[in-house]
Design a protein around this ligand. Structure first.
Ligand code: ADP
Ligand code: MG
Length: 697
């Protein structure tokens, strides 16, 4: 197939790089040009095709320049409106012309109208279409006809062999691949249109299954491949770790002990750990991370501990410094906002191996930072980081210069020794308080092992959640005052303004000014993303020490902030926030023994979605339940934050709805890898050829 370079670059924009990509460029929807609807029978909102004569055609200038025509058939008159039009269109729509127009009718100013309908010349010589017309996702300058032409050519030229053996298709009641894609591109007359549009037609099921299967295969292969990579063995000497446990002012919960054993055991193996530590907000993940760090350190390796925000990273730094100084370990702090001189000094200490523990933001993983002997990477709130960053971490270990003797055990000869030196990787511990619903865990995180802390430390009182309309703001002020006068502390979280950082900052400043006026007697602080890290740290330290009673903050405090005397959380304009965010914010209180409360202030009127969200957060305290409901409301893209992170999303399957198909795909993936490795390979090849590293095998 010959494709002009200009067209090729447009294809690239659509993610089409190979002829097979054209085959998988499936219609968004279909247009029904097989019948004509009479103008009287049009239903607003339902796309239809009408045919008639143009009886009026005029360029109007109010409210803006547009071409307005009247189309008449034997039942009535319909207005056609075009905001952008070419002289050629004007000619086509001149008075007296017979036209067929396809579009969505709606009630207009003068009567029923269609805006920008698709028009073609009508007449006896132009027969109606026999079948539905596919409408493809496209890009500027690439008309449907061109796209359709290439797609049909690809369908004809490619050998669309099935990658799945017949017995599996029969068992799952799925049609073969070739006929499925052909049907979706060229639906035969009389097809069940609803099933087609709802993506419930067997042909759709086959495509969705193939996609999920490819993802499952890829994850499996990826997971297995890890056992071919080499990481340092970090033996459980338990000297430093026992010492820390003994020094803690609390005993570890059963759940903390359980996950700590899982992690400790992983670290002793010669293959890189890739473990996700899940635990609801406040479940005590940090101390488990500290123990893991100590196990690496007592084996002579370095640890990098990374958090997504400065506030959180700094908090970890302070906490770990407290814990580790008595053990003779001095962590180093590294963040993007350090002065250049200090940054260089920190990087130098890391490179020389002067410090076993570096804590900071993603600045830790810039190329300029080289570890002398990195054994373990810990990433807090890992969902805030992208896949790219996850991969960058992996790379940090491979530059490791030193090879410990145990690394080469079982091998002989310098050649293999050198090989191992180059492929050494650090272990990875990722942590997240955002629970991952089952279907997501099975698809996007299937290459990780998972440990779950399913128990909160004892002595926590449950948080009371209240939904309060903005009209009753005064009462909330009283609550804030009362809590502070009782010697406790409160957070006031400013409204989220998605569109603009400047506006977000302004809102925070205004909220701070207002609250300062309302509470002249309280000591109030302000934390937002635009403060320098020194200012932020100072404010947080003052709040932690109880010098500030009320902390006005943007969502910078969303993750990890830990002040146990804070017992009241007010979230302003809670209706604007996502569920995971609300859950995280709410988790900032209820960390001490005092009864805690979270007030969700909302602005009337609430949209349907906002109402649903607030109801969920009000009724549920279990993070997993909230996450599952969130997935249903918003879909996986939002939940994973994948827009930033670049995780390839599923294009066809829907994890909220296709969970049965996903289960089947997982089982078949296992079966194929075991019994039909060649078919598995062919399937991966077909579906994953263009995927980024992360998913390629
Ligand atoms: P998260 O899992 O949200 O990161 P943290 O690690 O910040 O939670 O722990 C929350 C608070 O609970 C911290 O103040 C921590 O010191 C405390 N904590 C952790 N484990 C225990 C425990 N077993 N008993 C009592 N308090 C604990
Ligand atoms: Mg935490």
């Amino acid at each position: 197939m010959k494709i002009a370079p200009a067209t090729q670059s447009k294809f690239a924009k659509l993610g089409i790089h190979t002829p097979f990509d054209l085959v998988l460029h499936l219609p968004l929807r279909y247009e029904d040009e097989t019948k004509i609807t009479r103008i009287v029978d049009l239903v607003p909102g339902e796309t239809a095709q009408v045919e008639g004569e143009i009886i009026h055609s005029e360029v109007m200038y109010r409210p803006r320049r547009s071409l307005v025509c009247q189309l008449q058939d034997d039942s009535g008159i319909l207005y056609l409106r075009f905001l952008n039009f070419y002289p050629s269109q004007q000619k086509q729509l001149a008075i007296g012309k017979k036209i067929r127009a396809l579009g969505e009718p709606r009630m207009g100013f003068y009567g029923d109208e269609m805006v920008h309908p698709k028009c073609r010349v009508a007449g006896e010589s132009v027969p109606l279409k026999q079948a539905l017309t596919p409408v493809y996702p496209t890009t500027a300058g690439l008309p449907q006809v061109t796209l359709t032409k290439y797609i049909l050519a690809a369908l004809n030229e490619l050998a669309l062999d099935d990658t799945l053996p017949e017995q599996i298709l029969r068992r799952l009641h799925l049609p073969d691949f070739a006929s499925s894609v052909r049907l979706l591109h060229q639906p035969p007359p009389g097809i069940d249109e609803d099933a087609l549009l709802a993506r419930a037609h067997p042909a759709w099921m086959r495509i969705k299954f193939d996609e999920l299967l490819a993802q499952q295969l890829s994850m499996r292969v990826h997971y297995r491949e890890r056992s071919r990579r080499i990481a340092p063995r970090l033996a459980a000497h338990n000297k430093l770790t026992d010492a820390l446990v003994k020094d803690l002012p609390f005993a570890l919960t059963g759940a903390q002990k359980k996950v700590w054993h899982e992690i400790s055991h992983d670290l002793t193996r010669r293959h890189p750990m890739q473990r996700l530590l899940q635990g609801d907000v406040g479940s005590g993940k940090t101390v488990v991370a500290a123990l893991a760090a100590l196990q690496a350190i007592e084996n002579g390796y370095q640890v990098a501990f990374m958090a997504p925000t400065e506030i959180l990273a700094e908090q970890h730094y302070l906490k770990l410094r407290d814990w580790m100084t008595p053990l003779g370990i001095e962590p180093v702090w590294l963040s993007g906002s350090l002065k250049k001189k200090d940054k260089t000094a920190a990087a130098e200490r890391i490179a020389l191996g002067d410090t076993p523990l570096a804590i900071g933001t993603h600045a830790l993983f810039q190329t300029s930072v080289e570890f002398s002997k990195l054994g373990l990477v810990i990433v807090d709130e890992q969902h805030k980081f992208g896949v790219q960053q996850r991969l960058a971490l992996r790379g940090k270990g491979t530059t490791s210069k030193s090879v410990r003797p145990e690394l080469v055990e079982g091998t002989n000869g310098t050649q293999s020794e050198r090989l191992i030196e180059h492929s050494q990787e650090p272990h990875q511990l990722m942590m997240s308080a955002t629970p991952i619903p089952r279907t997501l865990a099975m698809s996007y995180y299937a290459d990780l092992d998972v440990s779950v802390i399913d128990e909160l430390p004892p002595g926590r009182t449950p948080i009371v959640t209240k939904l309060v309309s903005d009209a009753r703001r005064e009462e909330v002020f009283e609550r804030v005052r009362a809590a502070c006068l009782e010697g406790r502390q409160a957070y006031w979280v400013c409204p989220l303004i998605d569109e603009s950082e400047a506006l977000q900052l302004q809102t925070a400043l205004e909220t701070f000014a207002t609250l300062t006026q309302i509470f002249p007697d309280l000591r109030i602080g302000l934390a937002h993303g635009k403060l320098s890290s020194a200012e932020k740290a100072q404010t947080m330290a003052a709040f932690k020490a109880g010098e500030l009673q009320l902390l006005v903050a943007t969502t910078v405090i969303e993750v990890g902030v830990d002040v146990s005397n804070a017992s009241l959380m007010v979230i302003d304009h809670a209706e604007r926030m996502g569920l995971a965010q609300l859950h995280q914010l709410r988790g900032r209180v209820g960390r001490g023994a005092a009864e805690s409360m979270c007030v969700l202030l909302f602005q009337q009127p609430l949209s349907e979605l906002a109402r649903a969200r607030l109801k969920i957060i009000y009724e549920n305290t279990d993070g997993f339940e909230i996450a599952q409901q969130d997935l249903r409301l918003r879909g996986p893209g939002e939940l994973l934050g994948a827009r930033q992170s670049g995780v390839p999303m599923l294009r066809f399957a829907d994890l909220g709805e296709d969970d049965k198909l996903l289960d089947q795909a997982r089982d078949i993936a296992d079966e194929m890898l075991r019994d039909l490795p060649e078919a598995a390979q062919a399937h991966l090849q077909r579906w994953m050829a263009n995927e980024p590293d992360y998913l390629r095998t």
